[in-house]
Design a protein around this ligand. Structure first.
Ligand code: MIC
Ligand code: SF4
Length: 641
């Protein structure tokens, strides 16, 4: 029986455990990446671990999220990250270089390598045939310190691609189709592996769009084979020597199979407010639009933007539409400038903004009240654009560009226009934005710590009796954007948990923070897929700061569940999901003999208000039990009990 590509790479990196679904394994981590909005915490934690030398082959600290610099805070965070990067031998990518995932694909990703990133879209690297996983900051700090990462072995879903995409249909439509089929929780506990003859028709950047948005499926990661298209991409990026051919065995066995005929796909859109709320552009109809935003780590490649330029060339943006474009990297922007495509965009009326995350994370370009905004991004959660009542639709670059001209959501297939082929180009290696850590080390580099950087909260060891009052009764698919909102107002405070704590769950329940402070020790009740979305561990650290002891939910998203455990907060799962209805804000809950129950794997929660007992499951691995008992990962490394 043959192996999947994912398991081949995991097997070649296996340090401990058996590679079988559900088992806990430890693998060697070759590379790590961080970005600035999670990075300050990562590097505070790395400093707290007191390591002399990082153990990875390559670690890069990117600055791409907090680039507005509306006050001193962002710039201080960047200076802090730069100083710690120097101390530990981490490459530092200056603001202006571009978006971490796009840059990592261009410059450092290698087929067959493992990558852990403190950003949920790290699986972008799967487009190059890597096992690239998004994780909480503490896990990434640990991966740097030890060169390892522990995870529960996921199952593998095979997505078998046949045919090839028609003009006006693109990689974005492939992943939107997969999201429509599998939903935002369909990938939890799974790796999505793409195979079949249709793979050959997709370039590396197409593949990266698909693996990038595998994060929205809740998948551990997504992966494509490494083939002649991979070699072509690496050659274009000036590093053919990094190529290795890789594929699953012909007789590989998968846990699930989804077949996708690329030739049958049409332009799709994810409607408000979830990436899996997908329908065809044709069915949704010609809705009037106010804003179009093109860019993000999903759709900001050279080819994507050249297609956009070709569609815009010689046209004028509709009078009621604001079109903003943010290229993925400095290399791409400079190439667009050289070949005239940038002028085509500007002459059509596009607003060119910095090559950074920008509007994708609400850092500027919030649309007007009640606006319809078409975005080539990956998330359309309510309020993420910075405008609570905006309706955000996720579309391909082609759909975005043609719609910006017509002023209504437009299916390019029926607009009667030809799309030119985009010839490939070679990029020369450009490291003008990279600071190498050579010559610097821990001893001779000071940590540069601005006044906004506060220590991160630490938990204490689990007590035998845990008392907590219900502070929130939340619904299904709560995102980490719901738990800890992020936009231009709050992103500058990613290194200041006390400040952020005032805004926890702000969009769902503005009284949450005040209630927690009043209750002292609290619990959160959640529905399905609690904590989906971003990897931000602030969605665990802030509740920890506010006194949350456990979250009791129907199910959890992978990264957030790990972040809770890393912070010593228990993620408990209802044995009987219908019990969820019995809970209400203010009820007093108690877990007796907590330590014993955690070790046994079943935890009974007593509800003192209705006198009932509720059985909950933990599904904790041995390492996770230790972390919960010690009050989090850092305590467990230091051996505290
Ligand atoms: C996101 O797209 O939500 C982010 C902002 O990139 C996050 C990271 C963060 O919250 O800092 C992610 O995807 O992990
Ligand atoms: Fe940046 Fe958006 Fe990508 Fe997150 S999803 S890394 S905010 S571009």
């Amino acid at each position: 029986m043959g192996n999947t590509l994912a398991y081949k790479i995991l097997q070649s990196h296996l340090l401990d455990g058996t590679l079988s679904p559900g088992n806990e394994i430890t693998i060697k981590m070759d590379q790590t990446l961080t970005q600035d909005s999670t990075g300050t915490m990562v590097y505070l934690q790395l400093e707290a671990m007191n390591v002399d030398k990082i153990q990875t082959e390559l670690s890069v600290a990117y600055i791409d999220h907090n680039t507005l610099q509306t006050g001193f805070e962002n710039a201080d965070d960047h200076a802090f990250i730069k100083s710690v990067a120097q101390r530990h031998g981490v490459l530092f990518s200056k603001p202006g270089n571009g978006i971490c995932h796009q840059l990592h694909l261009e410059n450092y990703g290698k087929p067959g390598k493992t990558l852990l990133g403190s950003d949920s879209h790290t699986p972008t690297g799967g487009g190059l045939g890597m096992i690239a996983i998004g994780a909480g900051g503490l896990d990434v700090a640990m991966a740097m310190a030890k060169g390892t990462y522990s995870l529960t072995v996921p199952k593998v879903i095979k997505v078998e691609l046949t045919g090839s995409l028609r003009p006006w249909v693109s990689a974005k439509d492939v992943i939107l189709y997969v999201l429509q089929k599998l939903t935002v929780k369909g990938g939890v506990g799974k790796i999505v592996e793409y195979t079949g003859e249709g793979v050959k028709s997709l370039s590396v950047t197409d593949r990266a769009t698909i693996t990038n948005m595998g994060a929205e499926l809740g998948a551990t990661t997504s992966i494509f084979p490494s083939d002649e298209n991979t070699l072509k991409y690496l050659t274009e990026q000036g590093r053919p020597e990094d190529f290795t051919p890789l594929a699953a065995d012909a007789d590989a066995v998968y846990d699930e199979i989804l077949k996708v005929n690329l030739s049958e796909l049409t332009p799709l859109a994810a409607m408000p407010h979830s990436p899996d709320n997908v329908d065809s552009v044709k069915n949704i109809g010609s809705i009037k639009i106010d804003q179009v935003a093109i860019g993000s780590c999903t759709n900001s490649s050279y080819t994507d933007l050249m297609k956009v330029a070709a569609i815009l060339k010689g046209n004028k943006i509709h009078k009621d539409v604001s079109l903003v474009i943010s290229p993925g990297s400095s290399k791409i922007l400079s190439k667009l400038a050289e070949n005239g495509a940038l002028a085509d965009m500007i002459n059509a009326g596009a607003r060119i903004i910095e090559n950074a995350c920008g509007p994708c994370i609400g850092m500027g370009q919030s649309p007007k009240s009640g606006a319809v905004s078409l975005r080539t991004f990956n998330r359309n959660f309510k309020g993420r654009s910075g405008t609570l009542d905006a309706d955000v639709y996720l579309v391909s670059p082609e759909t975005a560009a043609i719609s910006a001209i017509t002023g209504v959501l437009t299916d390019g297939m029926s607009c009667g226009r030809e799309l030119p082929d985009i010839p490939s180009v070679s990029f020369s290696f450009n490291d003008h934005f990279i600071i190498y850590p050579e010559g610097a080390d821990k001893q001779n580099t000071e940590v540069e710590m601005g006044p906004n950087i506060k220590p991160f909260p630490r938990n204490t060891a689990l007590t035998d009796e845990v008392r907590a009052a219900v502070a929130l009764h939340a619904g299904n698919n709560i995102t980490t954007d719901d738990i800890m909102p992020s936009d231009s107002r709050l992103l500058p405070y990613r290194s200041n948990i006390p400040h952020l704590s005032n805004y926890c769950f702000e969009k769902i329940d503005s009284q949450f923070a005040a209630r927690c402070k009043e209750l002292g020790s609290c619990a959160i009740i959640g529905g399905e897929n609690y904590g989906q979305g971003s990897s931000r561990e602030h969605a665990a650290l802030v509740p920890l700061y506010l006194g949350v002891k456990f979250v009791l939910a129907k199910s959890f998203a992978r990264i957030h569940r790990s972040n809770l455990i890393n912070s010593g907060i228990m993620p408990l799962v209802f044995e009987n999901p219908a019990d969820y209805d019995d809970f209400a804000i203010g009820q007093q809950l108690v877990i007796r003999q907590a330590k014993k129950q955690i070790q046994e794997g079943v935890v009974v929660v007593n509800n003192l208000d209705n006198g009932k007992e509720y059985k909950t499951l933990t599904n904790f691995s041995e390492l996770e039990i230790q972390m919960i008992l010690c009050g989090g990962k850092i305590n467990s490394i230091n051996g505290a009990k």
